[in-house]
Design a binder for this molecule. Sequence first.
Ligand code: AMP
Ligand code: MG
Length: 410
Amino acid sequence: MTLLSVDQARERILSRFQSVTTETLPLAGCSQRVLAQDITAPNDLPPFDNSSMDGFAVRAQDVAEATTDSARSLRVTTDIPAGSQPTIHIGAGEAARIMTGASMPEGADAVVPVEDTNFDNRDAGTPAPDEVQIFKPAKSGWNVRPRGMDLLAGELVLRQGRTLKPQDLGLLAMLGFANILLYRKPRVALFSSGDELLPVDAPLEEGKIRDSNSYTLAALVEDSGAEVIRLGVAKDNRESVEALLDKAVESKADLILSSAGVSVGAFDFVKQVIETNGSMDFWRVNMRPGKPLAFGEYKQLPFIGLPGNPVSAFVGFEVFVRAAIGKLSGSSNGLRPTVRATCEEQIDSDGRESYLRARVYEEEGKWVARLTGHQGSGNLHSLVQANALLIIPAGVKCVPAGQEVNAWLV
Ligand code: AMP
Ligand code: MG
């Protein structure tokens, strides 16, 4: 069996995937979905010069010398509520009452806030005065948001492959994109395997444990932007494994993901079954935890078999499956973002690329890391106590205290 580096294994997996097809959805349903088009602004933002304050639109030169003791008096010729289109021209000695977001009238080039005038009246329904005293000077452009200050027509705003955030939807709405071209969500069929596995609501029995991987992995699949099809638990026999794999095919999944049953144990049937209806690569990856990794295809569907130990399954997902789902979903980001963290204590490693459970915390603007609990691959509690995976590179046997390593925040 070949021993691959993590990068080699990931490359081999990724080369098997391409992005799913696209679909068009109304904007409201697009949060967290992956954009399948570049978005270019069809208009300037803001689309017109407008006021950033409730106040009076003036010619700055008219009030350049205004002070509380020497107020400038201006004739108020119109009232401009938000949403209206001013038609009047502001001439010398004139002003218009204007509301935040309202279009600037011709002639005016600044807005004096109400609090800098004698008309500091904010009660709704108060009509504009005929005259206003200005107590503070203004310069051209003050409190005016000029057309295009945020964005110019023709600018590239969002790139294909971006996972849309709530604020992206707001910007798309501002620009009038009612329907968006997205990648459809990849579908991942998931099962666990093992005769020892009990459902979550069953009382414990001697020799049995509850199936936890189904829950961790389903949530990770959803977190990475895919839909999960839960197929349950396969027993350690050919028929049961084959039945679930066939269900995965019927469900029109883009990827079959399983945990356990792919190692070299006497009851590990997954490999055998896949080989009769597809092909199987089974690798040892030079990593810890999660050395055995099964990859192949079953009836033409890609298959990834993660190790059964709960922490290995989690790490295997983060290292390989997140990137695969990222590629399927057309996303431009595959792996978790990396931060640099300083090890608080010496860390010994065995030379494999290691993903160690740690808590990282900020100290004087830097991330500092401390391992959590026992690193055995069955100890899920120590993963729950962690907020990061420290990545110790292959070939490194000792990281002295004070040295920096890469970490994924999880
Ligand atoms: P296996 O790869 O089948 O040899 O399983 C390796 C270890 O992972 C064994 O201790 C299993 O009991 C455990 N294991 C397998 N599947 C699950 C699961 N779904 N939830 C929790 N532990 C599991
Ligand atoms: Mg097993």
